[in-house]
Design a protein around this ligand. Sequence first.
Ligand SMILES: [Zn+2]
Length: 355
Amino acid sequence: MIVEGAIVDVDGARPAYVRFQRGRIVEVGQPGTDSRRGKDKKVQGIVTPRPVNSHTHLGDAAAAQDPPRAPVSEIVGPGGLKFRRLAALSADQKTQAMRSALERMVGEGVAAVVDFREEGVAGVEQLRNAAHDLPIEVRILGRPLRRPVEAGELNRLLQVAEGIGVSSAREENSLTRTQIAERAHRSGKWFALHASEEVRESPDAYLLPKPDLLVHLTKASFDDLGAVAKARIPVAVCLRSNALFGRGPDLSEFARAGIRLLIGSDNAMLNAPSVFRETEFAYLSGRLLHHPVDAAYLARAAFVEPWLWLDEPGRARVAPGMTGAPLVLRLPPDDPAYQVVTRATEQLIVPTGAE
Ligand SMILES: [Zn+2]
């Protein structure tokens, strides 16, 4: 099969053809110059690396209901509505709901998800069970339950999870964050947290101890964004989640500050775990709020930057020898970054034979 149209990957967007053989890329070049002209089945489309959902809380998928109008901390913060709803559900119900959420992402071609999993070691194990045998990599950032932090619980968590994800610097004191970050880094694992979501926090509060990933920065000033960019810490933004609480961060400022952007769908209780919906909304809300953001920046956040963060650059470039399969979307090749950001749907995915 030959896909003729465009590529959107780590090298940007460009016209191209991509030839597949048994699901693998064997040739890439300028449209109309393929070596087997006329012999292979040809489809028009855009080829990208697989999308990554870089921030979720899949654990609350079972608690999805129209959220009441209340501050974010009362809905999903520690002790909030979400935790009260979850407490009323069985482990089985939660695992089933997480599996459905993962299956939905698989349908969209999402190859990896980075999840903040609350509820301690048991929470991490539930998500592992939910993901069993599904073709999606689940990178779990667990959360210890005990405060003050207890070494035994933290160590057990670091054995089963890829790292620790905490609520925020406002909700976890500096001693807790330092203990968690040090222990996680000593085990070669990640430490991540939410920052400046509901109110602005000082960068010192969330950059020390140094995290591997920040989430939101909805209320960050341009100087704050500059400090994060300088520290080379990627930021996962979740614009549909922010919108539910009346907030619309200016991603054009993130781009101008040089932030390495990732995109996530946040709480499965608040929004469907769809990367495609997330990129479309991010693009449209920029226009609505008069701070348009480049589609190329958003495409990079969904399809490229997460692979670099996950230290898998071989999955960010569409080329022969690419690690894993790319995503092929039956979309016209004009302005390809805009096409994939605003128009991608599950129904437009073209099977490559690798599935
Ligand atoms: Zn979150």
